[in-house]
Design a protein around this ligand. Structure first.
Ligand code: GAP
Length: 445
């Protein structure tokens, strides 16, 4: 069996293949498509919504449920605008923008090698700083509307709640706060499918440590490893992952040190997650701007200090895109036959199983298949299909990434068993109906 994977295809192929599959099967659609779309916005279809939900649930389990030293938070998207003054985003959260003097298209100057417009070859203006914060207005009286912002990172909701969390829970340093939620950026050049969007989701841990360079860097190294292992544990191929250390000119305004986890998307290494040492930047600035004492009191040493912060900040949409790319295979199944299959980790797969009656016009098969389907649905997201022939149903489920297809046939009526077909090996085995759920539980670990 020959295989063509993301590694052997060019980057355009990969993004185009995934885009076509996403549209065809209902993973991701262009935002507001019937109105011509809106650049940098995407809608997740029925399968995409499940994939993203599974990804976020796995992150939450990893970050919060399975640990004693991290708690969860769900803060507002819209915050007092002073937050963004304090965090430095209003001053420093910008990209260099250059405009073509001929066609007036705008570009990120740091992504263009020559001073020529990529669209028409015209000369570009000198780069200007362009702030990425998305403005919005609150209030019911036109003249008195208050200008504020949709959060540019989910991070600040955690730091402004630092004191609340310390006083309302039993956390002691070192401890972390995890959050998942939407962020918004007025990206100059959104593109490469969902890779650079204007609305996207982040999954983060803000981990507070003692203000000591050695201690904080130990935690930095710890979280780098933990986050890399998390992607691998969910099936991402290790050879497609690497760390990229930020040089001095790349560091964000808040960062003392930073590494990205990058993914090799068809030969191009792309940022998927950032691990940052933020020092005491956020707590210090919020203390100054809100005139609140943000210090932590260490009961053991009786010291008061501003903790340092190690941050892990992943993009849910980027991870979803890269998991799709990583799982995408075009396989030869016969002389002239190919199948497209998404070998997603079962924990991420939108449907855990699909149930079919062998023939849709045999009520006794449909009845038994339906009862198995309903029973499985109590535990998992499960698909039902009775259209066309069994081969077509398998192909549809392969493209959706469904790990197991369960078929009820005439033998099932006599012997109380069904056929389970494995997505990756395409092998089939007979399993007793009464044992199916336990069998699946084991396989879905
Ligand atoms: N709190 C730190 C922070 O926001 P970042 O490196 O700017 O750091 C973290 O963003 C992650 O958010 C990125 O690694 C990426 O996965 C995701 N991300 C950032 N901008 C994005 C965009 N325009 N579209 C999709 N995902 C984005």
């Amino acid at each position: 069996m020959t295989k063509t994977t993301g590694e052997t295809k060019g980057k355009t192929d990969i993004f185009e293949n995934i885009y076509a599959l996403s549209k065809r099967r209902g993973f991701i659609y262009p935002g507001s498509e019937i109105y011509g779309g809106l650049a940098g916005t995407w809608d997740y279809g029925p399968l995409g919504a499940e994939l993203k939900r599974n990804l976020k649930n796995e992150f939450w389990k990893f970050a919060v449920w399975e640990r004693d030293d991290v708690v969860g938070l769900d803060a507002s998207i819209i915050m007092n605008p002073k937050v963004w003054e304090a965090s430095g985003h209003l001053e420093s959260f910008s990209d260099p923008l250059a405009e073509c003097k001929k066609c007036h298209h705008r570009f990120r100057a740091d992504k263009i090698k020559e001073n020529k417009c990529p669209d028409c070859g015209g000369e570009l203006t000198k780069a200007k700083k362009f702030n990425l914060m998305v403005e919005t207005y609150l209030g019911v009286i036109e003249d008195e509307k208050q200008k504020t912002y949709l959060r540019g990172e989910i991070t600040q909701g955690v730091h402004v709640n630092f004191k609340n969390i310390v006083s309302s829970t039993r956390v002691k340093l070192p401890f972390g706060v995890a959050q998942v939620g939407k962020a918004f950026r007025n990206e100059i050049t959104p593109g490469q499918f969902t890779f650079r969007s204007r609305e996207f989701e982040q999954m983060e841990i803000q981990f507070y440590t003692k203000p000591d360079a050695d201690i904080s860097m130990e935690w930095f190294e710890y979280w780098k490893k933990e986050r890399m292992n998390w992607y691998v544990s969910l099936g991402m191929k290790e050879r497609n992952l690497r760390f990229h250390k930020h040089g001095k000119d790349e560091l964000a305004h808040y960062a003392k040190a930073a590494f990205d986890i990058e993914y090799n998307a068809g030969g191009e290494w792309k940022e998927m997650e950032g691990i940052h040492n933020r020092g005491d930047w956020d707590l210090r600035r919020h203390g100054e701007y809100s005139k609140t004492d943000m210090a932590y009191f260490d009961e053991e040493t009786k010291e008061k200090f501003l903790p340092w912060i190690i941050e892990t900040s992943g993009g849910v949409d980027r991870a979803a895109l890269f998991f799709l790319i990583d799982a995408f295979f075009e396989e030869k199944t016969g002389d002239r036959e190919f199948r497209i299959v998404l070998k997603l980790h079962p924990k991420l797969a939108p449907y855990k199983a699909a149930v079919f009656p062998l023939l849709a016009n045999k009520p006794e098969l449909v009845k038994l298949a339906r009862s198995i389907y309903k029973d499985l649905k109590k535990e998992w997201m499960v698909a039902w299909d009775e259209r066309g022939n069994i081969g077509k149903r398998y192909r549809a489920q392969d493209e959706a990434g469904t790990p197991f297809c369960v078929t009820v046939d005439f033998d099932s009526l006599e012997k109380n068993d069904i056929t389970v077909r494995d997505r990756d090996t395409m092998k089939q085995e007979r399993i007793k109906i009464g044992e199916l759920k336990e069998w699946m539980k084991e396989k879905l670990q």
